[in-house]
Design a binder for this molecule. Structure first.
Ligand code: ADP
Length: 406
């Protein structure tokens, strides 16, 4: 990748950014947080790993982006890559044009918390830096290769045809990066059948065959599937009727409970943070112990279910804050999958250092790897591919055409 790309991930009150160039060690990154409040600030890492903390009281998205970009302009970014959670039916990274922006806007009902924030960031950077090429990279795009039998819900057809109700899947940049890097480490780049488990505050699994997503645990929204920090994952859909009829809850209260008060936090009544729960469990907290057990069991169940999408299982990749750092959660999850034929190495699992890639099986049977994710790197790579293909395509295509005519 020869293009230096500024990667922007705009949330409702925060902006994550990273300046991604050839070498990962040179990366500059940070987070603008508490936007719109007196506490607004930028925290990050600058050149040579130096920490940065900058107060920007009352700054909004545009002001924060202006500050970030003015600090980074000396490094001459050649393109901006935006993370966009929901791309609707868009299947790949796209150069931002009025039409693509409109399609992101149209996908808002499917990601009401995320897409409006992305649009604020996109509009601000387009206004501030009209000369820089800008690209949207979608969390959903990698999963657009899923077959219909994996993405359709068993509900009346018109909900799909007229209202786009289907499974989309998320964390696509992470599953794409980790499966590509992991299969490369395993010596079979983009070949064979792999499962990925991205385990962070949001968690999802994915089944990948020959480099393409064939199924994933998240659905129409990022609520479906695994137990997460504050999200319930799968529940009986009749829970909604039960709560409405018996407790008088409206749909918004139920949605809030399932998204923000459930998962590890709901089960434990203590925290959404896995590290905190592991510590509490070690000190005898039974709710924390149960929350961890449900998390691991449901994760194993999801991996087993997704394996149905693969003609053959070559192995499993763990990633995300929990997947990369917790040997305990990896071991507990694998203990529910004895029928997968893994030859798990407790010694390798326990000795793997934080943030490093490594294999944690004994070398026979399906492989198990820990692969730290790099969503910013993947977004930068896809952005630079779009920009470089546009720059290169016109003259190259023309000369091919000219050659053909000659
Ligand atoms: P996000 O989804 O917000 O990017 P991360 O991928 O950083 O989040 O993952 C955050 C989760 O990783 C938290 O639950 C945190 O407790 C967990 N985590 C980080 N380090 C460890 C560790 N050493 N052991 C267990 N859990 C960990």
């Amino acid at each position: 990748m020869s293009t230096t790309v500024l990667v922007i991930n705009c949330g409702s009150s925060s902006i994550k950014y990273a300046l991604v160039s050839e070498r990962r060690e040179d990366r500059i990154f940070g987070l603008a947080e508490n936007l719109g409040s007196v506490e607004a600030r930028i925290k990050g890492i600058t050149v040579g790993g130096e920490p940065l903390e900058l107060s920007i009281p009352h700054a909004d998205h545009e002001k924060a982006l202006e500050t970030i970009l003015s600090r980074l302009s000396q490094y001459n970014p050649q393109a901006i890559g935006h993370r966009v959670v929901h791309g609707g039916s868009l299947t790949k990274a796209e150069r931002l044009t009025p039409e693509i922006i409109q399609r992101i806007r149209e996908a808002t009902p499917l990601a009401p918390l995320h897409n409006p924030a992305h649009l604020v960031g996109i509009e601000a950077t387009m206004r501030l830096f009209p000369e820089l090429p800008q690209v949207a990279v979608f969390d959903t795009a990698f999963h657009q290769t899923m077959p219909a039998h994996a993405y359709r819900y068993a509900v009346p057809k018109f909900l799909y045809t007229d209202h786009n109700v289907r499974r989309y899947g998320f964390h696509g940049t992470s599953h794409a990066y980790v499966s590509e890097r992991g299969s490369e480490l395993a010596g079979s780049l983009k070949q064979g059948g792999w499962l990925t488990a991205h385990l962070g505050n949001g968690s999802s699994t994915c089944a990948i065959w020959n480099g393409e997503s064939v199924d994933t645990s998240m659905g129409l929204t990022p609520l479906e599937g695994l137990v997460m920090g504050t999200r319930s994952g799968d529940v009986d859909p009749s829970l909604h009727t039960f709560l409405a009829s018996n407790l008088g809850w409206d749909i918004y209260k139920i949605d809030k409970m399932l998204n923000s008060q459930s998962g590890l936090l709901g089960l434990s009544g203590l925290s959404n943070d896995m590290r905190t729960l592991i510590e509490a469990s070690e000190q005898g907290n039974e709710d924390a112990t149960l929350a961890i057990e449900v998390f691991c069991y449901r994760l194993a169940k999801s991996l087993a279910a997704l394996s149905c999408g693969l003609p053959r299982l070559d192995g499993l990749f763990f990633t995300g804050g929990i997947g990369e750092n917790s040997a305990y959660i990896r071991e507990k999850t694998l203990s529910y999958l004895p029928h997968f034929g893994f030859n798990f190495s407790k010694e390798k699992n326990d000795s793997l250092k934080r943030g490093t890639e490594g294999r944690i099986d004994n070398g026979t049977g399906p492989q198990i790897w820990v692969v730290p994710t790099d969503e910013e790197g993947r977004i930068a790579k896809e952005t630079s591919a779009v920009v470089e293909s546009e720059l290169g395509a016109t003259p190259a295509k023309k000369s091919e055409l000219e050659t053909a005519i000659a």
